[in-house]
Write a protein that binds this ligand. Structure first.
Ligand code: ADP
Ligand code: MG
Length: 684
């Protein structure tokens, strides 16, 4: 292509552009209208517009900041162009009576219209040629590649497409095209890169234009197909066939439980059993609100696998949670003679080797540890089931890594993934199309809803008084300090200060402290004290976000709650309300509150339903914020938007079924056209 040397070529790669065709799939994220001149008299503040007028006045007013002002008028009105940075030559080039055409954003200052640093050029007064013939696309950029350059390159790519008549192959079968869209791919790409001047700019800006939606549909389809491919590949592998009849040990376990399983727990267990009976690997995601009892479901699944003679690996996202699972599961499994081991970073080399040797011995057992440890060190020789707990940040990349890991031997372990953050249904079906989804949609009976109050920091003293009352009744409380900045040191300092302060004010209570910087052994000690009831109030950073389960804790204070997103607040709040007593959550906020923060805090007060909260969070912040784009491997999209375009998902699934059954040869082509991070299906 003209104008692409090695340097530009390299830079374009940062945008995922390697071939001419990739340029066509690098899509504008907005448009500007330079197709018409707007009379100066009808310019509105806030708009970006193209206008033209004769220079009436040039000034360099004395003031705090050196600036060059240039007033132009076109008979309908006048506007001032303001430059803070300008060269001598530029200044000399502007003369009274000269005609300028300018593009920029209009603002109103002291009743006069102004453009700061507009793009401009000199024109003849009666010139009306050279107006743009199409709306001007604005592309996502990378360092060293300008908007101008990208417009030029996409222009060349579009020309190549028409000249060679090679075009971009239409990969959607006719049947889908007819059902779905009036645009074919070629038309849609042309339209989106260079919309005609009469195109509806509003709908293009919102991403609702049919030409865009045609591409959105194909992009979502490509993502969906990539996950379905993974699933298909994995399901073609052999797994461990797990018998589903309960034996004596399982019956004893169930008898020993101090509660009955809920209907929802039983239903989900049924789904898991049916999956594991089959010779293909289970790939199942269990969603359940905080406190819905996912752990016991996982434990029973583990028992079934152990009974069939295989091992189980349970992975937790944090060491605290790994410790807690180890503790609980050992308590449950020891009486029935099933060995449980712990594998964590803080163990000595010898201890680790010991656990690894047990695993190698292929003896049926459970190993609990953090995710990281399993990826590094463990050979999954006889592991029949991998359970991944509370993993709300678990993207395709990690899922693939784990699947590869599982394939060290000839059989692929079953996988059970349990999410901490309930994800709205359509989004889950998009992001986890490779997984089957079960939902535990019922809380154990007798739980009383957590009462949430929103209180200004000015009334802090009253809150501290309340802690005193609650703890004097023999219950326990958490005080969570939130991130001030992304600085662990500052956060830690704040938590330490608050702990000291509270310990002084609540002199007859024991006030503990736990934070992310502590040594693991210390964290463990602190949690043990709290669990045993020796600590009344635990000051914590957000390290306790997931999974911590202390039933006697019934009061949760979250400081600076306005800083957190809804899902995180819900997770934190879920640390209380685990026993049968009424629990409270106090959201302390710092004034002034932004509108968005006010909406969030009110939402927390209104509902305890994790799914409803997740839906609100999605609407307020979008999926990237909730799931953390990088951590989840939430795919980077060219044009689709998981929230805006969620209504397309059912159609996307239908279309995927059609393609997979009728045109499987097109699947890989579609996927590689849209996905820049390549999934290596050969390896899966
Ligand atoms: P989560 O789904 O958030 O991981 P847990 O598995 O930690 O929830 O369970 C929360 C608490 O509820 C635990 O103390 C657990 O023992 C208890 N629990 C689980 N299932 C039931 C049930 N069916 N009836 C009563 N309590 C239950
Ligand atoms: Mg849990």
């Amino acid at each position: 292509m003209k104008g692409v040397g090695p340097r530009t070529g390299e830079r374009l790669q940062h945008l995922g552009i390697r071939k001419v065709q990739d340029l066509l799939f690098h899509l504008p994220h907005r448009y500007i209208d330079r197709t018409r001149l707007v009379p100066i008299g009808s310019l509105r503040s806030g708009d970006s517009a193209l206008c033209q007028g004769t220079i009436e006045l040039i000034q360099m007013p004395a003031g705090r900041r050196r600036s060059l002002l240039c007033r132009i008028s076109d008979g309908t009105g006048a506007i001032t162009l303001r430059f803070f940075h300008f060269t001598r030559a530029q200044q000399a080039g502007l003369k009274q009576g000269m005609c300028l055409r300018c593009w920029g954003q209009i603002r109103r200052v002291n009743h006069a219209l102004e453009m700061v640093h507009p793009e401009y050029r000199r024109v003849d007064a009666d010139e009306d040629v050279h107006l743009e013939q199409t709306l001007t696309p604005v592309y996502p950029l990378t360092q060293g590649v300008s908007q101008f350059k990208l417009r030029n390159l996409t222009g060349q790519a579009l020309e190549t497409m028409s000249r060679d008549n090679t075009g971009v192959a239409e990969l959607l079968p006719d049947r889908i095209l007819q059902q779905f869209s009036t645009f074919n791919l070629d038309q849609a790409l042309r339209f989106v890169h260079r919309p005609p001047r009469d195109a509806d700019l509003d709908s293009l800006t919102d991403g609702h234009h049919p030409a865009q939606q045609r591409l959105v549909f194909e992009e979502l389809l490509a993502h969906h197909l990539s996950l379905r491919l993974i699933r298909k590949t994995v399901q073609a592998r052999a797994s461990f066939v797990i018998g589903s009849k309960a034996d004596g040990r399982i019956r004893t376990f169930l008898d020993n439980l101090p509660f009955e399983l809920t209907g929802a727990q039983k239903r989900v267990l049924g789904e898991i059993r049916r999956d594991m009976q089959k010779p293909a690997p289970m790939l199942r995601l269990v969603q359940g609100d905080v406190g819905s009892g996912k752990t016991v479901v996982a434990a029973i699944a583990a028992l079934l696998v152990i009974r069939s003679g295989y091992q189980v690996a349970l992975m937790a996202p944090t060491e605290i949670l790994a410790d807690q699972h180890y503790f609980n599961i050992r308590q449950w499994f020891s009486p029935i003679g099933i060995p449980v081991s712990l594998l964590t970073g803080k163990q000595s080399r010898n201890e680790k080797d010991d656990v690894l040797a047990q695993l190698n011995s292929a003896r049926p057992m459970v190993v609990v540890g953090t995710h990281a440890l399993f990826q590094d060190q463990v050979a999954f020789g006889n592991v029949g089931l991998i359970i991944i707990d509370e993993q709300h940040r678990f993207g395709v990349d990690q899922r693939l890594a784990l699947l590869e890991k599982g394939m060290e031997k000839t059989r692929q372990p079953h996988q059970l993934i349990m999410t901490a953050t309930p994800i709205p249904r359509t989004l889950a079906m998009t992001l986890f199309a490779d997984l089957d989804i079960s939902v535990i949609d019922q809380l154990p009976p007798g739980r009383r809803p957590i009462k949430t109050t929103v209180i200004s920091n000015e009334k802090r003293e009253e809150v501290i008084e309340r802690i005193h009352e609650v703890c004097k009744q023999g219950r326990q409380a958490y005080w969570v300090c939130t991130l001030i900045e992304n600085s662990e040191t500052l956060q830690l300092q704040a938590a330490e200060d608050i702990q000291k302060h509270l310990a002084r004010q609540l002199a007859d209570l024991t006030v503990g402290l736990i934070h992310g910087r502590m040594k693991n052994a210390d964290k463990e000690t602190v949690m043990e004290h709290f669990k045993a009831g020796n600590t009344d109030l635990l000051v914590a950073t957000t390290v306790i976000e997931v999974g911590v389960d202390v039933a006697n804790a019934s009061l949760m204070i979250i400081e600076n709650a306005e800083r957190l997103g809804l899902s995180q607040l819900h997770q934190l709040r879920g640390r209380v309300g685990r026993g049968s007593q009424a629990s409270d959550c106090v959201l302390l906020y710092q004034t002034p509150l932004s509108d968005n923060a006010r909406v969030r805090l009110n939402r927390m007060r209104e509902t305890n339903d994790g799914f409803a909260i997740a839906q609100s969070d999605l609407e307020l912040r979008g999926p990237g914020e909730i799931l953390g784009t990088r951590q989840t491997g939430l795919p980077e999209l060219h044009i689709a938007d998981f929230v805006r375009d969620a209504h397309l998902i059912p159609k996307v699934r239908q279309a995927a079924d059609i393609i997979l059954s009728q045109s499987p040869e097109r699947v890989n082509k579609l996927v590689s056209r849209w996905l820049s991070t390549k999934i290596d299906f050969g390896k899966v």
